[in-house]
Design a protein around this ligand. Structure first.
Ligand SMILES: [Fe+2]
Ligand SMILES: [Fe+2]
Length: 130
């Protein structure tokens, strides 16, 4: 889609919904009886791919617009990616179970990140576009 018909701010919000959907599917698979390990793993791996692409998009825009909170914001992106990647490794070799706190942890990170970092950034983008 062309940039003009699909503004960056809309795309970012659409991607937040997609991230939330992946996390929702991970939670559902964790809470299933028995746990759906295959789905947990494939959704976690998909989350890494989608999140990495989404973060790169935000970071590119932030850099382009000399956004002052860029480094802190980027650090929080890296924190999530590192956590998911480390969890996948531990889950695969059986060191860490997919517990309720794991399911809730990703969800709270997303809620917190959007509220604390993405909302002000989206606000900044909107005023820039006006
Ligand atoms: Fe975001
Ligand atoms: Fe972000």
């Amino acid at each position: 889609m062309e940039r003009s018909s699909y503004p960056d701010s809309t795309r970012i919000q659409d991607e937040h919904r997609i991230l939330a959907e992946h996390i929702g599917r991970i939670q559902k698979a964790i809470y299933a009886t028995p746990q759906e390990d295959g789905i947990i793993l494939s959704e976690l791996r998909e989350l890494v791919v989608v999140a990495r692409e989404h973060f790169r998009r935000e970071e590119t825009i932030m850099q382009r617009q000399s956004y002052s909170d860029f480094l802190l914001h980027k650090r929080d992106h890296e924190y999530l990616l590192r956590n998911v990647i480390e969890f996948i490794a531990s889950f695969v070799d059986g060191r860490a179970p997919a517990s309720a706190s794991v399911a809730e942890g990703f969800q709270s990170w997303l809620d917190f990140h959007i509220k604390k970092y993405d909302a002000p950034f989206l606000e900044f983008m909107t005023t820039r576009q006006a």
